[in-house]
Every structure is written in structure tokens, then in C-alpha cells.
Write a new protein. Sequence first.
Length: 202
Amino acid sequence: MRKSYLETRDKALAMKKAGDVAQARDFALKEFAPVVDRYNAVADKMVAYQIERSEAQAAEANALIRSYRMAVVVAGVAGLALLVVLVVLVVLVVLVVLSWVLVARIRQSLSEVSGVARRIGEGDLSRPVQVSGRGEVAEMMQAMQQMQASLVRIVGEVRLSSDSIATGSSEIATGNADLSQCTEEQASNLEETAASMEELTS
């Protein structure tokens, strides 16, 4: 079509250059105008095709951009969800470890309290009760410490009383022995006096 258009145009221009204006005009109206119309129609179709193709490519590009954005959003959401899951898992692991450490410390403290109570119950008051930290277990150990101090004081008082009683008993026994000896001497003196009286009366 372009070749036909160019040939017809060149022919019309040649007629005009040759000075045959009337023939050139007649040729232009009869031959060149229809070719131009056909050429313009083809050009319009090409332009329409290019526009349609551009719109299709733009639509494809938009669809690709939307799919890419959707993929980015999905990947972001998936990454965020994975991050949340990882954070939750880390928090759970930390809580489990802390709980285990706390339970182990509580068991150890209760075992120490039980050992102190057992030792005091068996009568061993020689070792001091060590109180450390704060909380219920420390308060229990402090109560055990006070109880042991009270028991040590009571045992000391009882021992002192026992020593005083033993000393008093020893003194009483000595006094009884002295009294018994005096009684025996007085009885012997009475017997001698009675014998002397009998001799005097006979």
C-alpha cells in the first residue's frame, strides 16, 4: 500500500512539474485521492492496532504489577506471620526455661527448709540456720532460725536448772547424811544414858 501511495504521489508530482496542471489535478482527484484514502484508512487501522496493542500491553503491565504487589503483600504477610510465630516460640521457650529455673530454685529452697526442720527435730541445734533472699521461703527460714534460737535458749535454761537441781540434790543428800549421822550419835548417847540410868537404879 505504501509503495502504491508513493508511486501515485510521485506520478502526480511529475505531472505538476511538467506543467500539465489540469492533467495533474485530474489524476490527483481520480487516481491519487483514492490511494490516499486507502493509505489513510490503512494508517488509521495501524494506529488503532497500535493503540489497541498499547492498551493490551498496559493492561498486561498493570496485571503484572498487581500480581507483583499481591505477591509482595502475601510475602510480607507470610514473613510477618513467620516472625510472629518465631517471636511467640522464643517467648514460650524463655518462659519454659524461666519456669523450670524458678521451680528448681523453689524445690531447692523447700529442700533446705525441710533439712533444717529435720535437723532441729532430731535435736541438732549446733549448726546455725542461714537465711538468704526474700519471699515466703526466706520467711520460713527466718522462723526456723528464731525457733532454733528459742530452743537453744530453752535447752540452756533447762540445763542450767538441771545443774542447779543436781547441786541442790547433792547438798540435800549431804545434809541428810549429816543429819543421819547426828541422829545416830544422839541415839547412841541416849542408849548410853539409859544404860547408866539402869545401873543407877539397880
